[in-house]
Design a protein around this ligand. Sequence first.
Ligand code: FMN
Length: 200
Amino acid sequence: MKRDFKDAIKNRRTYYSINDKSPISDEAIKEIIDFAVLNVPSSFNSQSSRIVLLLNDNHKKLWNIVKDVLRKIVPADAFPATESKIDNAFAAGYGTILFFEDQSVVEGLQNAFPSYKDNFPVWSQHTSAMHQLTIWTMLEDAGLGASLQHYNPIIDEEVAKAFNLNPKWKLIAQMPFGTPNSQPGAKEFQPLDKRVLVFK
Ligand SMILES: Cc1cc2nc3c(=O)[nH]c(=O)nc-3n(C[C@H](O)[C@H](O)[C@H](O)COP(=O)(O)O)c2cc1C
């Protein structure tokens, strides 16, 4: 990591204007994912997260699936705006990272520890979110801009079929990334004193 931890966290932003170049190699992108998958914690050390890196035609294929699914449900007069957003902000990037949670791991924990049954799906979402933040931040640190998208669950079946994925892998989020064309605007912050309490 080039930046220190605090700077890296502060610099991570949502980038919608991205292009199909990458300042780092595909191997370096894979190393970022491997690093997160190895080092991010999970409840009971269950390691339920699964990641799929889509590059080149596979990245395009994903966004074509999203468009095909949406075309069937979005009103025809609204679809051009939807399509343009997908083409320009997501498909225009260098690749997409898919975040999954393996439900066979979650179900295994529910069976092994019935008193925590209701918690395991929630904790599984938490560990996925930790992976998302880690990878998002590390991509940014490497010069890539990313955003976080949620076209699940409507695309789940088609995605699993297209990439021949284990049906027990539940899609949680999609992270398109590429080289930023421009920087995101300033962000509004709500006052910290309404959000953080300290009792001494
Ligand atoms: C849990 C979570 C879900 C999000 N889902 C979406 C999404 O579906 N689509 C999207 O464009 N942005 C999504 N975002 C991005 C937020 O809108 C964005 O992080 C927020 O506005 C702050 O901006 P920043 O990322 O530039 O700091 C999501 C962010 C989080 C943390």
